[in-house]
Design a protein around this ligand. Structure first.
Ligand code: HEC
Ligand code: HEC
Ligand code: HEC
Ligand code: HEC
Ligand code: HEC
Length: 297
């Protein structure tokens, strides 16, 4: 038993035992630059996991934020300064077919979830952005479609140019990031479970309205409001911060979206500067803490 515990500690260096996360070569601490959401795959300090391996398959913009945000020329919508291609898509939602007990209306994923799905549904290359670093490298049509000629105009200065712009799906990023990948992928982490595809019917519902609630009902009552966001001010800070589970209202009422539960930049598990909660969760799910923030069960 003791031996097993030690083995587990080594496997999840620096994290709480009960939480589960894939091993990563990133520190998972301090900045999004030190997480898997660093698409340059080169860490601020040190060489990073395998930036060079990835060079032929995605543009290395040498900036972490730009894969998701741009200071100018952003897409219009609800996501702050959004820089990524969001292809018009109809998703299969969680529905009454899966559950006779669901009570709330479900719509297509809201803008917030679409931002995550712009990578995680696998349809779009991870480097498909509207405004590349530098002046005059802007293409407005990139907001809704991926133009490979535009993406090819980028030069990787730290390695060979990307000639293929891969998305997170089988035959692309997963050509290496699966256990069965051949020589090239040897040692690459298995990311199969990260790729949601366009069928969201087996995932926790998103685009679903929060019924509100309180003591004695099935749901807890959020305690804070900021603009269109309502949130659980679990740490009692009186303001919206990254640890707060929240709902997004894009005109259909307060809804659960991906970033209700996840913060794509990482959330310190304890004091500022501590290791991030696994899987970008706002609240660690040890003891089902995250679930129990909303559900009163
Ligand atoms: C993998 C994509 C991704 C990357 C990389 C990323 N962001 Fe974000 N960011 C998002 C998404 C999605 C939201 C909206 C989330 C929400 O509603 O809380 C957001 C929201 C924000 C916000 C406003 C809300 C908040 O949480 O404060 C700021 C500020 C921000 N990002 C800054 C940055 C900076 C600076 C970087 C680079 C160091 C960065 N982001 C990198 C996806 C990303
Ligand atoms: C720019 C593309 C991109 C965007 C946008 C993006 N992700 Fe990711 N995400 C990735 C990649 C790449 C990985 C690493 C795994 C892989 O390659 O399949 C990852 C990994 C994750 C993981 C697993 C992390 C771990 O440590 O186990 C979670 C959870 C996640 N993303 C959630 C989100 C959520 C929620 C959003 C939106 C708020 C989002 N992502 C937006 C590209 C993206
Ligand atoms: C030619 C094979 C290959 C391809 C294609 C490839 N990768 Fe990788 N990737 C690797 C190897 C090898 C590593 C280093 C081992 C590791 O860290 O998993 C790596 C590491 C990573 C990591 C860091 C894992 C961690 O947390 O330490 C991420 C994230 C990642 N790749 C994302 C991607 C994305 C996104 C794509 C598609 C644009 C992609 N990879 C395409 C081989 C590949
Ligand atoms: C109700 C909360 C909640 C919502 C909403 C949610 N997630 Fe998650 N997500 C989680 C939890 C909890 C985990 C950790 C699961 C585990 O440890 O197996 C997770 C894990 C993940 C992972 C890592 C793969 C895995 O299964 O461990 C990815 C990628 C991810 N979520 C993406 C998304 C995306 C994209 C959305 C929106 C379409 C989303 N999540 C919406 C709670 C949520
Ligand atoms: C941000 C708030 C929130 C969080 C966090 C959350 N849920 Fe939910 N969940 C909801 C809402 C809202 C519904 C829709 C309920 C309905 O329509 O009756 C729902 C639906 C569900 C359903 C489907 C119920 C049905 O009748 O089909 C299950 C099961 C569930 N959640 C489990 C979980 C688990 C497990 C976790 C933790 C990993 C979790 N939830 C975290 C808000 C949340």
């Amino acid at each position: 038993m003791r031996g097993m515990l030690i083995a587990l500690v080594c496997f999840r260096a620096g994290g709480a035992l009960a939480d589960v996360d894939l091993p990563t070569k990133f520190l998972n601490q301090g900045s999004v630059a030190n997480t898997r959401h660093n698409m340059t795959q080169r860490q601020a300090a040190g060489g990073g996991p395998a930036g060079a391996t990835m060079d032929s398959y995605r543009n290395d913009y040498e900036e972490v934020c730009v894969y998701c945000h741009t200071p100018h020329g952003a897409a219009s919508g609800q996501v702050p300064l959004w820089n990524r291609t969001i292809k018009p898509t109809t998703y299969t939602t969680y529905s009454a077919i899966n559950s006779p007990t669901i009570t709330q209306p479900i719509t297509q994923p809201g803008a917030n979830s679409l931002s995550c799905l712009s990578c995680h549904d696998g349809q779009t290359a991870v480097d498909s952005i509207i405004n590349m670093p530098g002046s005059g490298r802007y293409n407005a049509s990139q907001a809704t479609s991926q133009d490979n000629a535009f993406l090819n105009s980028w030069t990787n200065t730290r390695g060979p140019d990307a000639t293929v712009h891969m998305g997170m799906k089988g035959g692309e990023c997963l050509a290496c990031h699966t256990p069965t990948a051949g020589f090239l992928g040897a040692g690459a982490t298995d990311f199969t479970v990260f790729v949601t595809g366009t069928d969201l019917s087996n995932d926790h519902p998103v685009g679903i309205r929060f019924p509100g609630g309180g003591v004695g009902t099935d749901f807890n009552a959020p305690t804070g409001t900021k603009g269109t966001i309502t949130y659980f001010d679990t740490n009692g800070s009186g303001s919206l911060d990254s640890k707060d589970v929240r709902f997004y209202d894009t005109g259909q009422g307060a809804e659960v979206e991906c970033a209700s539960c996840h913060d794509p930049h990482g959330v310190p598990s304890g004091a500022p500067g501590s290791t991030f909660n696994p899987t970008f969760l706002r609240v660690s799910n040890t003891g089902s803490q995250l679930c129990l923030t909303c559900h009163s069960k």
